[in-house]
Design a protein around this ligand. Structure first.
Ligand SMILES: [Zn+2]
Length: 466
């Protein structure tokens, strides 16, 4: 397909915008020309190179899933549900996910790491995402190779740590390797990030980008956080971090930094700005959320990974404080439609209100709001001149017919199996629900075999069986 090839897609429903608000158009054609949206029209334009004319399709802007972890999700898969792998009902981040991922990266060959990365990107695409932001260990640069090869829009976020081997003690407190009082050895990770930036930023016609990714408030000291934020702002790269994801993190930060909450800690360092995307924020106080709203930082709400462990992460709580709130799948499944359904359900249960976290609000969270958080007005919207990223959902399935409101159908009834197409830069990556660029079964088998090598490690057996 050449640079100006044209693709024409029929939508029984097309999500457009009018005067800043969502508008669902009935029976329109979306014409893509090269990597741009050329037109949205009720009459069929003539002469397109490729035509997709199927009934019951809902054409959405390419969805943005701005927080996921392909690699550690695969490592932990079916080993940590139902409370497995947990000590004293503590978070599994420091006991299972980080140590096992680190070990796994070390024992796999580059080709095996590539197999895992491909499996992850395949899941993200089949989960409906056109754009992802993936925080990952900087020892798996193959995430970039897989994203480039498979065509997804990718904000790679290789981690920075102030400690080379983040592990929590029995009380959940992370100790730095060099200095238990909070010393730093994080300049190494910043240099690695710079190297990755130099080799990857802007590749794939600009689809591959980097985000600055200090791992969390309790694994990154003040000097590293200041330096990372300054570097990101020099390059105009988004910044993402895990924030207030557990009570032990809050206690650690309060004891280290003059009784500040994790959000206050970031604000004290000048990190809490509109370019910050903060994952989870579960243990943020109401005052913290008001502060984040005032600073313009965004919350990445990933409700299912917390629901799985018995914790409520309600989209409506964050949005209700005026914080820009996005939805991501984190380290649990990569079904963005399923995640939106959970975000709606959990918000209603938590708030006791049936009108909390409405379908249009949640659709905005993974389209226009997400695009704004990474300063990409060309994404998240279907209009002439916008980038040709689309997610098309097949609403013709029996559980989706008859249909009165397609947006409610999308949030309340649809799931990943109904994703019909994912288009990035005008290229059709998912077609009729299948990956168009390769053999799904082979990618799945190779990724599973590589993860199997990690599961066979004695350290993995011990972590999973405690
Ligand atoms: Zn995360």
């Amino acid at each position: 397909m050449g640079g100006s090839a044209t693709t024409l897609i029929f939508g029984s429903y097309v999500l457009a915008r009018r005067n800043g608000a969502q508008e669902v158009l009935r029976d329109h054609w979306v014409l893509l020309e090269g990597d741009r949206i050329a037109a949205i029209t009720p009459s069929r334009p003539a002469g397109a190179d490729r035509v997709f004319d199927r009934p019951g399709r809902f054409i959405l802007p390419g969805l943005l899933n701005l927080h996921n972890h392909c690699f550690s999700e695969a490592v932990a898969r079916t080993h940590t549900e139902d409370g497995a792998g947990r000590k004293n009902n503590q978070s599994i981040v420091y006991t299972v996910l980080l140590p096992l991922t680190k070990l796994g990266i070390e024992i796999l060959t580059p080709a095996e790491r590539m197999d895992v990365a491909r499996l992850g990107i395949l899941q993200l695409l089949k989960g409906g995402a056109a754009t992802v932001m993936e925080p990952f260990r900087n020892g798996i640069p193959e995430m970039f190779d897989a994203a480039l090869e498979m065509g997804i829009r990718f904000y790679g976020a290789p981690y920075l740590f102030s400690t080379a081997n983040a592990q929590a003690d029995g009380g959940g407190v992370v100790r730095y390797a060099s200095n238990a009082a909070g010393g730093e050895d994080g300049s190494v990770d910043l240099q690695t990030w710079d190297r990755l930036y130099a080799s990857w930023e802007g590749r794939g016609e600009g689809r591959i980008r980097l985000a600055m990714s200090p791992h969390a408030t309790d694994t990154c000291g003040p000097d590293l956080l200041r330096a990372a934020a300054a570097r990101a702002r020099e390059l105009d790269a988004p910044i993402t971090i895990h924030l207030a994801q557990s009570k032990s993190e809050v206690a650690t930060i309060r004891s280290r930094y003059g009784d500040r909450t994790p959000a206050e800690y970031l604000d004290w360092l000048g990190v809490l700005e509109p370019d910050l995307l903060a994952a989870h924020c579960i243990d943020c106080t109401d005052d913290d959320l008001a502060l984040m709203g005032a600073r313009g930082a965004a919350v990445l709400n990933c409700p299912r990974v917390f629901a799985r462990a018995g914790t409520t992460a309600a989209f409506s709580r964050f949005a209700g404080h005026g914080v820009r709130t996005l939805v991501g799948t984190d380290g649990y499944n990569m079904d963005l439609l399923g995640e939106l359904n959970a975000a709606a359900m959990i918000s209603k249960v938590a708030s006791g209100r049936a009108d909390a976290a409405s379908a249009p609000e949640l659709i905005d969270a993974v389209t226009t709001q997400a695009a704004a958080a990474i300063k990409r007005p060309d994404l998240g919207e279907i209009r002439p001149g916008a980038t040709a990223d689309l997610t098309v959902v097949d609403l013709s399935h029996p559980h989706l017919q008859p249909l009165f409101d397609p947006r409610r159908a999308l949030i309340w009834l649809a799931n990943r199996a109904n994703v019909d197409m994912v288009v990035v830069d005008g290229k059709v990556l998912i077609e009729a629900g299948r990956y168009a660029g390769g053999d799904e079964e082979a990618i799945t088998a190779a990724g599973a075999a590589a993860i199997g090598k990690i599961w066979a490690l004695p350290e993995a057996q011990a972590a999973f069986n405690n």
